[in-house]
Ligand binder design. Structure first.
Ligand code: EPU
Length: 338
C-alpha cells in the first residue's frame, strides 16, 4: 500500500477538477481498506472514500486522506434455474459489469449501461435510467464499518432505496464503506423498453431481434447522443434531481407554460424533468465563468476544460436561483459537493 502525498485528483473525478488530496491511497483488499480506515491520520478531515469519482464535485483541495476502493472480483453465487445471483466487488467498473452480464445473456441491468462510476457507488444513489433502477435487481450490499473495520451485510429492503436515494445518503452516511453488491439476474429476462426514445429504437428492429443485446446497444446509443463522455468533457451526469411535487403545484405551472413534461407517480405526486425547467430559464448551452450547461441536455453541467469546482458551483447556484424565481421550485443537487 503506497501512500501518495499532495496527490492530484484531476484524473480521479469525472468533472476533471484540479484539486489535490493531502494523501491518496488505493485499497486493493479488505485488509488494506480496514487498516486505512482505522489509522490515526492526524489530518483535518476524515477519509474520503472514492469509487469512480463520477458523482462528486471538489470545490477545494481535500485536506484529508482520499482512499480509492479498488476491490475487484465478480462471482456467480448461486444458480436457481432461470435466475442467478451475481456478486461484484465495489471497485469493479459499473459499465464493465453491465457488459459482462449482457455478454453472458444475463438480464436485469442492461438499461443501466454506460452509467459512469463503480459498482460500490451504485446503491448509494440507487442509480437509474431508462425505466430501470438498481432497486429492481439488488439483493444485498456488503459493508465495512468505518469505525470498527467489521464487515456486515444489508438486505436490499434495509438499504431504503428510493429515487436517487438510500440509507447510505442518510443514516449510514460516512459510517460505512460498501465493499460488494449482490444482484439477482435472469437468464430469460423480461426486456424493459417503454421509455420513449428506447421504444423508438427497438421498434425499428424486427421483433425477433429485440433482445438483451439490442436493448443494451440502444441505451448506449441514446446516452452517447445526449450525454457528454466524461473522458472528453468533464461532467458528473445529471447535476440535480428531478423535483417531485404535489399535483396542485404542477397544475399551477401547467397554467403558465405550454406542454410541461411530467411523470405522474403512484403516490399522486408528479415528477418534473429538471432539464426542462433549466432550459426554460435559458441556461441550456450557456457558459458562466469556466463552467457550462451542456447544449444537448440542460441537466448536465460540464467542465469544458478550465473550470474549477467553484466555477461549477457558481453555475449550479445561478441555475437554482433562476428556477426558484421562475417556478418557485427548489432544485436539489444529486452530485456530492465537497
Ligand atoms: N428536457 C428538456 N430539456 C433538456 C433536457 C430534458 O426539456 O435539456 C426534458 C424533455 O422533455 C425530456 C425530459 O426532460 O423528455 C426528460 O429528459 P431525459 O430523458 O434526458 O431524462 P432526465 O429526466 O433529464 C433522467 C436521469 C438520467 C437518466 C435519464 C434517462 C435524473 C436526475 N436523471 O434524466 O440519469 O439517464 O433520466 O432515464 O433522474 C444521471 O443520474 O446522471 C443521469 C444521467
Amino acid at each position: 500500500m503506497k501512500l501518495k502525498y499532495d496527490f492530484p485528483l484531476r484524473r480521479w473525478n469525472s468533472f476533471g477538477i484540479n484539486a489535490s488530496a493531502a494523501v491518496f491511497c488505493d485499497a486493493a483488499s479488505l485488509e488494506d481498506l480496514r487498516s486505512l480506515l482505522l489509522r490515526d491520520w492526524q489530518l483535518p478531515r476524515a477519509p474520503l472514500l472514492l469509487g469512480g469519482g463520477s458523482n462528486l464535485l471538489f470545490t477545494d483541495d481535500y485536506e484529508g486522506p482520499v482512499l480509492h476502493v479498488g476491490l475487484r472480483g465478480i462471482e456467480e453465487r448461486a444458480d436457481g434455474g432461470d435466475e442467478l445471483l451475481l456478486r461484484a466487488a465495489a471497485g469493479e467498473n459499473w459499465h464493465g459489469l453491465v457488459r459482462y452480464c449482457v455478454e453472458r445473456g444475463w438480464g436485469g441491468i442492461e438499461n443501466l449501461a454506460l452509467i459512469p462510476g463503480s459498482v460500490g457507488a451504485a446503491p448509494v444513489q440507487n442509480i437509474g435510467a431508462y425505466g430501470v433502477e438498481l432497486s429492481n435487481t439488488l439483493v444485498e450490499v456488503e459493508l465495512m464499518d468505518r469505525d470498527t473495520g467489521n464487515i456486515h451485510s444489508l438486505s436490499a429492503a434495509d438499504c431504503l432505496l428510493a429515487y436517487r436515494d438510500s440509507i447510505f445518503k442518510g443514516e449510514l452516511k460516512n459510517r460505512v464503506v460498501i465493499t460488494a453488491v449482490t444482484l439477482r439476474l435472469s437468464r430469460r429476462p423480461k426486456l424493459e423498453y417503454s421509455y420513449g426514445a428506447l421504444t423508438a429504437e427497438l421498434q425499428r428492429l424486427p421483433s425477433a431481434d429485440r433482445n438483451l443485446r439490442a436493448v443494451f446497444e440502444a441505451v448506449c446509443r441514446i446516452r452517447r447522443s445526449k450525454l457528454p463522455d466524461p473522458a472528453v468533457i468533464g461532467n458528473a451526469g445529471s447535476f440535480f434531481k428531478n423535483p417531485i411535487i404535489a399535483r396542485e403545484r404542477y397544475e399551477r405551472i401547467a397554467e403558465r407554460f405550454d406542454a410541461v413534461p411530467h411523470y405522474p407517480l403512484p403516490d399522486g405526486q408528479v415528477k418534473i424533468p429538471a432539464g426542462w425547467l433549466i432550459e426554460q430559464c435559458g441556461w441550456k448551452g450557456k457558459q458562466l465563468g469556466n463552467a457550462a450547461c451542456y447544449e444537448r441536455q440542460a441537466l448536465v453541467l460540464v467542465n469544458p476544460g478550465a473550470a474549477s469546482g467553484q466555477d461549477i458551483l457558481n453555475l449550479a447556484r445561478a441555475i437554482q436561483d433562476s428556477v426558484r424565481t421562475t417556478f418557485d421550485l427548489e432544485l436539489t443537487p444529486e452530485v456530492t459537493i465537497l
